[in-house]
Design a protein around this ligand. Structure first.
Ligand code: SF4
Length: 381
């Protein structure tokens, strides 16, 4: 398949891996963070870490929309769904994200709340059109990639004169999270020397917003696509930057990303949304200017204002290490609940829910590779 097969070519991947092994200095370690859950998934699925030399280590980042949503926001959605006037529409990977007291959208639905899984924002608009007597609330999540579709839905609702459609906006911003990682990294123990930068997010915002990380923090960023060869090539480019003492923004994903990004999508976002003063992220805490809310001009579509919804503080399960994993200071295996109490069928934390979550990726792919590796070592011994 064009643009897929050539980026999954095993021979080429082994060639890039050989170049990484050749060029990475054995005298030093390299620590790179793949920001996106999509990259975490690709690394786990295609066994990329097995191709890397021991001293080139990948740190999982917080770029999984479901994972970074704090419990308080899930609770807010559950409370909204329990309002008998409301039909809550949400993307499928949110359904099992755990809120307080073991609640989730799925459990609220089982208890009788009107919760519907949708594949797009326009599905939610269609529900509102078909059922004018219901208040239809779309629970919007995601980074800059999923923000434009929410903006378009709000514009469509206004154009159609829909009075029963609104949005709980949880859209968050990638550069703010990267800044938080770098600001907290040293004291928390995460030593991030460079980033494999987001793919889809960067198609929207371009490469320009990352320039501050190269210029002000002296951290290289290489934007990469989600295929295994994209990621491997980006790691090689990061190794070369570190070896050369460079800190630049480079673009491996030239087939989709430009420096300026998608201006039309940026304009749609700017038309509808503005910065929140502060927003809570799972693992990263409250970050200033890190999320979006609807502008006053679109207040009628803001479910939080319309229904007086206020997020109450909620504490994570103390045994769950999602926070540390999202900050890049722990790996899924370091959580005592991994694979015992917490599995994708019964997730205790958000990182086990979405396929993009580090724990889900480790559960789905990593544990089999570990078992195969251990078996191979036993047979050699
Ligand atoms: S294994 Fe489960 S409980 Fe542990 S960090 Fe991951 S999601 Fe949280």
């Amino acid at each position: 398949m064009k643009y897929v097969d050539e980026y999954r070519d095993g021979e080429l991947a082994r060639g890039v891996a050989a170049a990484i092994a050749r060029e990475a200095s054995p005298a030093r370690p390299y620590h790179f963070m793949e920001f996106c859950g999509g990259h975490t998934h690709a690394i786990a699925r295609y066994g990329l870490e097995d191709l890397l030399p021991e001293n080139v280590r990948m740190i999982h980042g917080p770029g999984c929309p479901v994972c970074v949503l704090p419990m308080a926001r899930i609770d807010l959605g559950v409370a909204c769904a329990r309002d008998p006037r409301i039909t809550l529409c949400a993307y499928g990977d949110l359904m099992r994200a755990p809120g307080s007291n073991g609640l989730s959208f799925l459990k609220a639905k089982a208890d009788g709340a009107d919760v519907r899984m949708v594949y797009s924002t326009l599905d939610a608009i269609r529900v509102a059109e078909k059922e004018p007597n219901r208040e239809v609330v779309f629970f919007a999540i995601g980074f800059e990639t999923t923000t434009p579709p929410t903006a378009l839905a709000i514009r469509a609702a206004r154009k159609k004169g829909l009075k029963n459609f609104s949005v709980i906006c949880n859209h968050v911003l990638t550069p703010a999270a990267m800044t938080a990682i770098l600001e907290s990294g040293e004291k928390d123990g995460a030593l991030v020397e460079g980033f494999v930068g987001p793919a889809h997010v960067s198609t929207v915002i371009g490469t320009r917003p990352y320039e501050t990380f190269a210029r002000d923090y002296k951290k290289p960023v290489v934007i990469a696509g989600f295929e295994p060869l994209d990621v491997a090539q980006a790691i090689l480019m990061l190794v070369r930057q570190i070896n050369d003492g460079r800190a630049e923004v480079e673009n491996e994903y030239v087939r989709a990303v430009t420096r300026e990004g998608n201006r039309r999508a940026q304009a749609e976002i700017a038309e509808i949304f503005e910065l929140r003063d502060s927003f809570e992220w799972r693992g990263l805490g409250w970050l200033p200017n890190s999320a979006l809310k609807l502008k006053d001009a679109y207040a009628e579509f803001d479910a939080e204002r319309r229904f007086g919804l206020v997020a109450a503080p909620a504490a994570d399960n103390p045994a769950c290490e999602c926070g540390a994993i999202l900050r890049g200071v722990k790996k899924p295996r370091e959580c005592k609940l991994f694979g015992t109490v917490c599995t994708p069928d019964a997730p205790m934390g958000s990182c086990m829910v979405s396929p993009e979550g580090a724990c889900a990726a480790q559960w789905t792919y990593g544990r089999f590779r570990e078992a195969a590796k251990a078996a191979a070592q036993r047979s050699v011994a």
